[in-house]
Design a protein around this ligand. Structure first.
Ligand SMILES: O=C(CO)[C@@H](O)[C@H](O)COP(=O)(O)O
Ligand SMILES: [Fe+2]
Length: 228
Protein backbone atom coordinates (compact mmCIF):
# COMPACT_ATOMS: atom_id res chain seq x y z
CA UNK A 1 0.00 0.00 0.00
CA UNK A 2 0.94 3.63 -0.49
CA UNK A 3 1.83 6.46 1.86
CA UNK A 4 -1.05 7.81 3.94
CA UNK A 5 -2.26 11.38 4.38
CA UNK A 6 -4.25 12.19 7.53
CA UNK A 7 -5.76 15.71 7.64
CA UNK A 8 -5.94 17.15 11.14
CA UNK A 9 -9.34 18.60 12.05
CA UNK A 10 -7.62 20.89 14.55
CA UNK A 11 -7.36 23.33 11.62
CA UNK A 12 -10.98 22.75 10.52
CA UNK A 13 -14.12 24.67 11.50
CA UNK A 14 -15.31 22.92 14.69
CA UNK A 15 -18.90 24.09 14.13
CA UNK A 16 -19.06 22.09 10.85
CA UNK A 17 -17.01 18.97 11.56
CA UNK A 18 -19.13 16.60 9.45
CA UNK A 19 -18.82 18.87 6.40
CA UNK A 20 -15.12 19.38 7.04
CA UNK A 21 -14.69 15.59 7.01
CA UNK A 22 -16.45 15.45 3.62
CA UNK A 23 -14.12 18.15 2.31
CA UNK A 24 -11.16 15.77 2.55
CA UNK A 25 -12.73 12.76 0.83
CA UNK A 26 -9.90 10.52 -0.33
CA UNK A 27 -7.89 11.05 2.86
CA UNK A 28 -6.76 7.84 4.55
CA UNK A 29 -7.63 8.79 8.12
CA UNK A 30 -9.05 11.83 9.86
CA UNK A 31 -6.61 12.97 12.55
CA UNK A 32 -8.40 14.07 15.73
CA UNK A 33 -6.33 16.01 18.27
CA UNK A 34 -7.63 15.50 21.81
CA UNK A 35 -6.14 18.02 24.27
CA UNK A 36 -6.90 18.36 27.98
CA UNK A 37 -5.19 21.64 28.96
CA UNK A 38 -2.89 19.66 31.32
CA UNK A 39 -0.61 17.58 29.13
CA UNK A 40 -0.62 20.48 26.66
CA UNK A 41 -1.67 24.12 27.19
CA UNK A 42 -4.76 23.85 25.00
CA UNK A 43 -8.23 22.32 25.18
CA UNK A 44 -10.07 20.78 22.24
CA UNK A 45 -12.61 17.95 22.34
CA UNK A 46 -13.34 14.62 23.99
CA UNK A 47 -15.22 11.32 23.80
CA UNK A 48 -18.72 12.65 22.87
CA UNK A 49 -17.46 14.55 19.83
CA UNK A 50 -15.38 11.57 18.67
CA UNK A 51 -18.52 9.43 18.98
CA UNK A 52 -20.55 11.87 16.85
CA UNK A 53 -17.80 12.31 14.28
CA UNK A 54 -17.35 8.57 13.86
CA UNK A 55 -21.06 8.32 12.97
CA UNK A 56 -20.82 11.29 10.59
CA UNK A 57 -17.97 10.09 8.37
CA UNK A 58 -16.74 6.90 6.71
CA UNK A 59 -13.13 8.05 7.02
CA UNK A 60 -11.60 6.16 9.94
CA UNK A 61 -10.57 8.26 12.93
CA UNK A 62 -6.93 8.54 14.01
CA UNK A 63 -7.21 9.91 17.57
CA UNK A 64 -4.09 11.63 18.92
CA UNK A 65 -4.49 11.87 22.69
CA UNK A 66 -2.54 14.77 24.17
CA UNK A 67 -3.93 14.09 27.62
CA UNK A 68 -2.71 12.97 31.00
CA UNK A 69 -3.77 9.62 32.41
CA UNK A 70 -3.75 8.11 28.93
CA UNK A 71 -3.98 4.56 30.33
CA UNK A 72 -7.47 5.26 31.63
CA UNK A 73 -8.77 7.18 28.62
CA UNK A 74 -7.31 5.39 25.58
CA UNK A 75 -9.75 2.42 25.61
CA UNK A 76 -12.70 4.82 25.84
CA UNK A 77 -11.70 6.37 22.50
CA UNK A 78 -11.82 2.93 20.88
CA UNK A 79 -15.32 2.49 22.27
CA UNK A 80 -16.18 5.95 20.89
CA UNK A 81 -15.32 4.72 17.38
CA UNK A 82 -11.64 5.50 16.80
CA UNK A 83 -9.86 3.12 14.43
CA UNK A 84 -6.45 4.13 15.75
CA UNK A 85 -5.58 5.53 19.18
CA UNK A 86 -2.27 7.26 19.91
CA UNK A 87 -1.19 7.87 23.50
CA UNK A 88 1.90 9.86 24.48
CA UNK A 89 4.82 7.95 26.01
CA UNK A 90 5.24 10.85 28.43
CA UNK A 91 1.63 10.52 29.68
CA UNK A 92 1.31 6.77 29.91
CA UNK A 93 2.28 4.75 33.01
CA UNK A 94 1.75 1.31 31.44
CA UNK A 95 2.27 1.54 27.67
CA UNK A 96 2.33 -2.22 27.02
CA UNK A 97 -0.89 -2.83 28.93
CA UNK A 98 -2.57 0.15 27.28
CA UNK A 99 -1.46 -0.84 23.76
CA UNK A 100 -2.76 -4.38 24.35
CA UNK A 101 -6.05 -3.03 25.60
CA UNK A 102 -6.47 -0.82 22.53
CA UNK A 103 -5.73 -3.78 20.24
CA UNK A 104 -8.01 -6.11 22.20
CA UNK A 105 -10.87 -3.67 21.69
CA UNK A 106 -10.25 -3.74 17.94
CA UNK A 107 -8.27 -0.57 17.13
CA UNK A 108 -4.69 0.10 16.07
CA UNK A 109 -2.40 1.00 18.97
CA UNK A 110 0.03 3.86 18.58
CA UNK A 111 2.48 5.76 20.77
CA UNK A 112 3.69 9.35 20.30
CA UNK A 113 6.99 10.96 21.28
CA UNK A 114 7.39 14.67 22.00
CA UNK A 115 10.40 16.30 20.32
CA UNK A 116 12.68 15.88 23.37
CA UNK A 117 11.76 12.22 23.97
CA UNK A 118 14.22 9.78 22.38
CA UNK A 119 13.13 6.60 20.60
CA UNK A 120 15.91 4.36 21.95
CA UNK A 121 14.35 3.54 25.39
CA UNK A 122 11.27 2.26 23.58
CA UNK A 123 12.96 -0.12 21.13
CA UNK A 124 11.76 -3.29 22.91
CA UNK A 125 8.19 -1.96 23.02
CA UNK A 126 7.83 -1.45 19.27
CA UNK A 127 6.32 -4.92 18.53
CA UNK A 128 3.39 -3.98 20.81
CA UNK A 129 2.50 -1.06 18.54
CA UNK A 130 0.87 -0.61 15.13
CA UNK A 131 2.20 2.92 14.67
CA UNK A 132 4.76 5.26 16.19
CA UNK A 133 4.16 9.03 16.00
CA UNK A 134 7.14 11.35 15.98
CA UNK A 135 6.05 14.90 16.80
CA UNK A 136 7.74 17.45 14.57
CA UNK A 137 6.46 20.38 16.68
CA UNK A 138 5.80 20.75 20.40
CA UNK A 139 2.29 19.34 20.81
CA UNK A 140 -0.53 21.75 21.59
CA UNK A 141 -1.24 23.88 18.55
CA UNK A 142 -1.63 23.69 14.79
CA UNK A 143 0.20 25.99 12.40
CA UNK A 144 3.65 25.79 14.03
CA UNK A 145 6.93 25.60 12.12
CA UNK A 146 8.30 22.13 11.33
CA UNK A 147 11.30 21.14 13.51
CA UNK A 148 13.79 19.76 11.04
CA UNK A 149 16.06 18.66 13.91
CA UNK A 150 13.58 15.75 14.21
CA UNK A 151 14.69 14.26 10.89
CA UNK A 152 17.53 12.17 12.41
CA UNK A 153 15.03 10.68 14.90
CA UNK A 154 12.71 9.71 12.02
CA UNK A 155 15.68 8.10 10.25
CA UNK A 156 16.79 6.17 13.37
CA UNK A 157 13.23 4.97 13.99
CA UNK A 158 12.90 3.73 10.41
CA UNK A 159 16.18 1.83 10.88
CA UNK A 160 14.86 0.20 14.08
CA UNK A 161 11.64 -0.80 12.30
CA UNK A 162 13.66 -2.41 9.50
CA UNK A 163 16.12 -4.04 11.90
CA UNK A 164 13.27 -5.80 13.73
CA UNK A 165 11.31 -6.54 10.54
CA UNK A 166 8.20 -4.82 11.92
CA UNK A 167 5.02 -3.74 10.09
CA UNK A 168 4.89 -0.60 12.23
CA UNK A 169 3.65 2.59 10.53
CA UNK A 170 5.75 5.71 11.15
CA UNK A 171 3.70 8.89 11.46
CA UNK A 172 4.90 12.49 11.55
CA UNK A 173 2.77 15.32 12.91
CA UNK A 174 3.40 19.06 13.05
CA UNK A 175 4.34 21.54 10.35
CA UNK A 176 3.96 18.95 7.58
CA UNK A 177 3.37 20.82 4.31
CA UNK A 178 4.37 20.95 0.65
CA UNK A 179 7.75 22.31 1.72
CA UNK A 180 8.53 19.70 4.41
CA UNK A 181 6.74 16.45 3.48
CA UNK A 182 9.42 15.23 1.09
CA UNK A 183 12.11 15.47 3.76
CA UNK A 184 9.92 13.46 6.14
CA UNK A 185 9.24 10.81 3.51
CA UNK A 186 12.90 10.60 2.52
CA UNK A 187 13.79 10.08 6.21
CA UNK A 188 11.36 7.16 6.46
CA UNK A 189 7.93 8.42 7.52
CA UNK A 190 4.96 6.83 5.77
CA UNK A 191 1.92 8.41 7.51
CA UNK A 192 1.63 12.19 7.33
CA UNK A 193 -0.62 14.41 9.45
CA UNK A 194 -1.34 17.82 7.96
CA UNK A 195 -3.64 20.42 9.47
CA UNK A 196 -3.06 23.93 8.17
CA UNK A 197 -1.54 22.64 4.92
CA UNK A 198 -4.90 20.98 4.15
CA UNK A 199 -7.63 23.01 5.85
CA UNK A 200 -5.82 26.30 5.33
CA UNK A 201 -6.32 25.99 1.56
CA UNK A 202 -9.35 26.63 -0.69
CA UNK A 203 -9.45 23.00 -1.83
CA UNK A 204 -8.59 20.60 1.01
CA UNK A 205 -9.12 17.47 -1.12
CA UNK A 206 -6.70 18.78 -3.76
CA UNK A 207 -4.15 19.56 -1.00
CA UNK A 208 -4.40 15.94 0.19
CA UNK A 209 -3.77 14.69 -3.37
CA UNK A 210 -0.76 16.99 -3.81
CA UNK A 211 0.79 15.98 -0.49
CA UNK A 212 0.25 12.32 -1.39
CA UNK A 213 1.99 12.76 -4.76
CA UNK A 214 4.94 14.52 -3.15
CA UNK A 215 5.34 11.92 -0.39
CA UNK A 216 5.03 9.03 -2.85
CA UNK A 217 7.68 10.57 -5.11
CA UNK A 218 10.11 11.14 -2.25
CA UNK A 219 9.57 7.64 -0.83
CA UNK A 220 10.23 6.07 -4.22
CA UNK A 221 13.29 8.24 -4.81
CA UNK A 222 14.70 7.31 -1.39
CA UNK A 223 14.44 3.69 -2.44
CA UNK A 224 12.74 2.19 0.56
CA UNK A 225 9.48 0.33 0.03
CA UNK A 226 6.38 1.26 1.93
CA UNK A 227 4.89 -2.22 2.25
CA UNK A 228 1.57 -1.68 4.02
O1 LIG B 1 -1.04 17.30 17.25
C1 LIG B 1 -0.96 18.37 16.66
C2 LIG B 1 -0.56 19.60 17.37
O2 LIG B 1 -0.30 19.30 18.70
C3 LIG B 1 -1.19 18.38 15.21
O3 LIG B 1 -1.97 17.29 14.78
C4 LIG B 1 -1.58 19.66 14.53
O4 LIG B 1 -2.97 19.76 14.39
C5 LIG B 1 -0.97 19.71 13.16
O5 LIG B 1 -1.27 20.93 12.57
P1 LIG B 1 -0.28 21.56 11.48
O6 LIG B 1 1.06 21.73 12.14
O7 LIG B 1 -0.23 20.56 10.36
O8 LIG B 1 -0.92 22.84 11.10
FE1 LIG C 1 -1.86 15.58 16.23
Amino acid sequence: MAVQINPSILSADFSRLAEEAKAVEGADWLHVDVMDNHFVPNLTLGVPIVESLSRATDIPLDCHLMIEDADRWAPQYVEAGAGSVTFHAEACAAPVRTAREIRAKGARASMALKPATPIEPYEDLLPELDMLLIMTVEPGFGGQAFLDIMLPKIRRTRELISKHGLELWLQVDGGVSASTIERCAEAGADVFVAGSAVYGTDDPAAAVRMLRDQATGATTAAGWACDH
